[in-house]
Design a protein around this ligand. Sequence first.
Ligand SMILES: [Zn+2]
Ligand SMILES: [Zn+2]
Length: 154
Amino acid sequence: MIVFGTRIRAKVIGEGRFFCPHCQAQRSYWRKRATRYFALYFVPVFPLGQLGEFVECQTCHRAFEPAVLERKFSASKPGRTEDLAQMLNTLAERVVAGAPVEYLVRDLTAAGLERDLAVELVNKHLSAGQKQCAECGLSYSTAATVCAVCGKPL
Ligand SMILES: [Zn+2]
Ligand SMILES: [Zn+2]
């Protein structure tokens, strides 16, 4: 009896750095193309058709639409994504150090992040709650003791 069927193989067609939506960080990715093969005894023999391309994070191994490479960034200037990565990596420190929440969101959106996502990321570091400066209305993490803008105790 001859055993035949189809197998799907993914071939790496490119790689680079991207902002992985799952890791929430800059990661290396593989761009892969999936092809369906006619297989004889489970060995791929010839391609039957392209199934499309996807992007795989080398860290979490999740697959994403190729559009993920353009997403989250305005991608207008080279170097922008590095600024943003730097900002994301130091976000927790800045929140604890007492940077106003509104300023953090502004900096993140200025670096190319969508506003909703910026708010969401900053809020992640405010799980213990937040307080507001009575003087200027800016928001801070509960770890902050003085308003960074007007100097009033919080
Ligand atoms: Zn990932
Ligand atoms: Zn203030």
